[in-house]
Design a binder for this molecule. Structure first.
Ligand SMILES: Cc1cc2nc3c(=O)[nH]c(=O)nc-3n(C[C@H](O)[C@H](O)[C@H](O)COP(=O)(O)OP(=O)(O)OC[C@H]3O[C@@H](n4cnc5c(N)ncnc54)[C@H](O)[C@@H]3O)c2cc1C
Ligand SMILES: *[C@@H]1O[C@H](CO)[C@@H](O)[C@H](O)[C@H]1NC(C)=O
Ligand SMILES: *[C@@H]1O[C@H](CO)[C@@H](O)[C@H](O)[C@H]1NC(C)=O
Ligand SMILES: *[C@@H]1O[C@H](CO)[C@@H](O)[C@H](O)[C@H]1NC(C)=O
Ligand SMILES: *[C@@H]1O[C@H](CO)[C@@H](O)[C@H](O)[C@H]1NC(C)=O
Ligand SMILES: *[C@@H]1O[C@H](CO)[C@@H](O)[C@H](O)[C@H]1NC(C)=O
Length: 452
């Protein structure tokens, strides 16, 4: 009899434990951050600094987002979350990419390599001891408004388990290069060669002695032209950018837009034909905020998210902040957006009423309209970046990003197109908040960042 009672007691106790652990997968933190790239890491730094209880959910096995190089493998069955490739150097001076009060060692060139930038992110993460706040291999699949709290559903990519967590605030920091933009061309299905998007481009050697068509002249398109022109047997570059085209060698030829594919090559708008073996689409990226449920109160598309206050606060549900929406911005802008989001969550300042936020957003929409922009451009910041920084500081009392960083951005954006092959041979030095020095300093990279 006594034995029976003991058994029942033990069973009940075990059952109780199971129930408890079952129903309580995670304590619910005050703030949840989605993504552990630059923006998510910056958010973690400030949330920690302000003493907010928070967690970061990251789909991959490691942090660093775009800067975490991956070979063509699709880790854990996920699409690659990085576009970084071999020989990549930043196309913007590191000074415009550094976190607040956390510079690269002085010996680092202004245009570091991608591995050096990744080391910098590792160094930052260790310095502020952020890794323990990140839950890896957690792919967020939906964010819902569930009666006064956010319900975040995610899949553990190691076990396939579906989990949820509730939070009072959510910072969405999944970057703005979410889904490769892949145009379709007439006759493409009959083409016998290979077609890839730059997200899958990793190494120029794959294209040695091949006849390659490169499509597009954005940041990646121009960069790949320099990496491929002397490796391929012919590099056909289809684009309509006006810039100071350097001499790319005798195998390079510029073409207008594509008219159609044939089985062996491509016909262009000028009716010229080129035999092609491989096509690389440097056609950019779209947004993908499809995991934001309707209950979030936002309208999301592959091009825009609306309505948002200060280019980031969800006006209908102001406990959600989305980083990296405005374009063009310097990477440092994500740091100040993160500081703003953390200050908001920590109660350091109050947002205007929803009505006033909506008015401010509508004013922005009218201004865009008067410049001839359409609704797809609603997150477009134009050349107002420095004013944006000033506004964020005025509203939230956070760090003022020095105007000199926007000056450097503006200069670099033009200079890159004037001197594509050599612009990275210069270094920048900040003199004060308003001025900088730029000087010729070609050298091999030094990246004196210790990563233990
Ligand atoms: C090839 C390339 C080169 C670039 N070079 C420069 C440059 O030279 N200078 C510059 O200023 N900018 C550059 N950029 C822009 C770059 O996007 C920023 O530098 C920076 O990486 C943006 O940080 P982020 O945190 O917003 O996004 P990301 O770095 O993309 O990080 C987003 C993170 O969110 C995670 N994530 C996404 N979806 C989910 C989900 N559903 N659930 C959980 N986690 C998720 C991803 O795994 C990733 O870790 C470049 C971009 C590309 C593609
Ligand atoms: C950066 O340093 C300045 C000057 O020391 C300080 O006022 C500011 O609060 C610091 N910012 C951060 C984010 O630590
Ligand atoms: C390619 O080779 C040519 C001829 O040797 C050279 O002039 C040119 O600078 C090279 N281009 C690049 C992008 O390295
Ligand atoms: C900055 O704030 C002013 C005053 O509210 C506003 O008129 C302007 O549009 C804002 N600019 C940006 C870029 O946010
Ligand atoms: C860079 O390194 C290469 C090979 O290590 C060397 O040949 C070259 O002289 C170096 N260039 C500079 C500017 O130091
Ligand atoms: C970051 O890098 C610097 C420069 O190498 C080094 O002094 C520092 O110890 C590193 N910090 C951490 C936490 O690794």
């Amino acid at each position: 009899m006594a034995r029976f009672i003991l058994l029942v007691t033990v069973l009940c106790f075990v059952n109780l434990i199971l129930e408890t652990t079952d129903g309580l997968a995670l304590p619910s933190p005050k703030a949840c951050v989605i993504g552990a790239g630059y923006g998510g890491l910056a958010s973690a730094r400030y949330l920690k600094d302000y003493g907010v209880d928070f967690m970061v959910f990251e789909a991959q096995r490691g942090f660093g987002g775009n800067w975490r190089f991956q070979d063509d493998i699709e880790e854990d069955g996920l699409p690659p979350f990085t576009g970084v490739y071999k020989k990549l150097r930043t196309n913007t001076p590191r000074q415009t990419m550094e976190f607040s009060n956390f510079t690269f060692p002085d010996s680092t060139p202004s245009y570091p390599s991608a591995p050096c930038f990744y080391k910098y992110l590792q160094n930052f993460t260790r310095e502020f001891d952020l890794e323990k706040y990140i839950q890896f291999r957690s792919l967020v699949t939906s964010v819902k408004w569930a009666d006064k709290q956010w319900e975040i559903a995610y899949t553990k990519t190691d076990t396939g388990a579906a989990e949820t967590v509730n939070c009072d605030y959510v910072i969405v920091s999944i970057g703005h290069y979410n889904r490769p933009k892949v145009p379709k061309f007439e006759g493409q299905d009959s083409f016998r060669g290979n077609i890839i998007h730059t997200q899958k481009y990793k190494d120029p050697e794959v294209f040695r002695d091949r006849r390659v068509l490169l499509v597009g002249a954005g940041a990646s398109g121009l960069d790949l032209a320099t990496h491929l022109s002397n490796v391929t047997s012919r590099l056909v570059h289809s684009h309509h950018l006006r810039y100071n085209q350097p001499y790319f060698g005798e195998n390079y030829v510029k073409k207008p837009d594509i008219k159609m594919f044939t089985s062996t090559g491509v016909i262009f708008q000028d009716d010229s034909y080129e035999e092609i073996e491989d096509v690389i689409l440097a056609t950019g990226y779209d947004f993908d905020f499809s995991f934001l449920d309707e209950s979030c109160g936002l309208t999301v598309s592959s091009k825009y998210v609306l309505p948002v206050y200060q280019y980031m606060v969800n006006i209908r549900r102001p406990s959600m902040v989305i980083l990296a929406l405005p374009k063009p911005i310097i990477t440092r802008a994500l740091d100040v957006q993160a500081e703003y989001a953390a200050a908001l969550i920590a109660g350091k300042f109050q947002l205007p009423s929803q009505g006033d936020m909506l008015k401010s957003w509508l004013k922005h929409v009218y201004e865009l309209q008067s410049k001839g922009k359409k609704i797809v451009d609603v997150n477009f910041l134009d050349n107002l970046q420095d004013q944006y920084f000033a506004n964020l500081t005025e509203e939230a009392g956070i760090t003022r990003v020095a105007p000199v960083l926007t000056d450097i951005r503006d200069f670099n954006a033009v200079n890159r197109l004037e001197d594509l092959l050599n612009y990275r041979d210069y270094d920048y030095e900040l003199l004060d908040a308003h001025s900088y020095k730029r000087f010729y300093n070609p050298r091999n990279e030094t990246c004196d960042i210790k990563v233990s």
